[in-house]
Design a protein around this ligand. Structure first.
Ligand code: ATR
Length: 297
């Protein structure tokens, strides 16, 4: 049990539902291992996000995470916003300032750190993003920011992919992102792609499904991240690994979304507390997270 005092900082997560969230374990473990007087709690907010944010500010809540379904609606309630979060149109972290909360998107910082740790560089690489929902949108901005040479957004509903591609190209003033129908994957030229899987296909309990089944597609991919983490090894990841060697002759890399989840939280904690969390500390938090979720590390 935490030793909560009059001076303890209060942080929390706003969303609906929040009962399944692993963020309280993640953030409270961070506070424990850094010896910080901070407690992080779930706040279920059904619809009145404006009242929730004003109330949290009035109550001196130190920092907040925001999750589904409020990541876009919360933007109107902020005093300030990080430019890339504004262009993505989604915020998951609020940092307290003198005037109100400032919004950030640490989901993309989370994926960035996962890719760095896995040794997957985006700079100069051609990237395939499967899906065109909120996660795909944030990831497309990350890829452009990290100087990917081309970003192919493949989706069942092409208009959603076109919408993301247009936003990215406008923001970065470049013709870097292209939309495609997911059924037209054969039109992707050559190989050596990095692929980020953001659709809900393959999520528990539909673990025998992948957004594309054809081996020819997977042969084009050198390294991949599936943002799904339940199951911990998705069919998509298995298909990547089973499709031969990467273009440089090494084994193909395929990761799940757990480290992205870990590092979005670590990045939020760093923003709130103005500290740097070490790799070793992150590992400790990762273990606590996996224990909470019943996943083998
Ligand atoms: P998130 O915010 O996590 O990205 P989302 O907005 O619900 O989630 O997006 C889910 C993505 O999975 C979408 O790209 C969706 O495709 P559509 O835009 O065509 O709906 C994709 N998706 C869901 N079920 C799918 C299926 N059976 N086959 C292909 N794509 C699917």
């Amino acid at each position: 049990m935490k030793d909560v005092k009059g001076t303890t900082r209060v942080c929390g997560i706003i969303g609906n539902p929040v009962g399944h969230s692993v963020s309280p374990v993640l953030q409270n473990t961070l506070a424990d291992i850094t010896g910080t007087e901070l407690v992080y709690v779930p706040f279920k907010v059904e619809d009145n996000i404006k009242a929730a944010i004003e109330g949290a500010y009035a109550l001196n809540v130190f920092g907040l995470n925001v999750t589904v379904p409020h990541k876009s609606a919360v933007i109107e309630c902020l005093a300030d916003i990080d430019p890339i979060a504004a262009s993505i149109g989604a915020v998951n972290t609020l940092v307290r300032t003198d005037r109100g909360y400032k919004g950030y998107n640490t989901d993309i910082l989370g994926l960035k750190r996962e890719l760095e740790e896995a040794g997957i560089a985006l700079g100069g690489r051609r990237v395939i993003i499967l899906g065109a929902g909120g996660a795909a949108r944030a990831i497309a901005f990350l890829c452009a920011k990290e100087n990917a040479s081309a970003i192919y957004i493949l989706n069942r509903t092409v208009s959603k992919a076109e919408n993301i591609a247009a936003s990215v190209n406008e923001y970065f003033e470049a013709d870097i992102a292209k939309a495609m129908d997911i059924a037209d994957y054969a039109g992707l030229e050559g190989g050596g792609y990095v692929c980020i899987q953001t659709t809900s296909v393959g999520l528990y309990p539909d673990t025998d499904k992948a957004p594309v089944e054809d081996e020819a597609f997977y042969k084009k991919i050198d390294a991949a991240v599936d943002i799904i983490y339940n199951p911990a090894v998705t069919k998509f990841m298995k298909l990547v690994k089973a499709s031969g060697k990467a273009s440089d002759g090494t084994d193909k890399k395929a990761y799940n979304g757990l480290k992205m989840l870990l590092y979005q939280g670590v990045s939020a904690y760093e923003l709130w507390n103005n500290v740097q969390i070490s790799t070793q500390q992150s590992e400790e938090v990762y273990k606590a997270m996996c224990r909470e979720m019943g996943i083998d590390e």
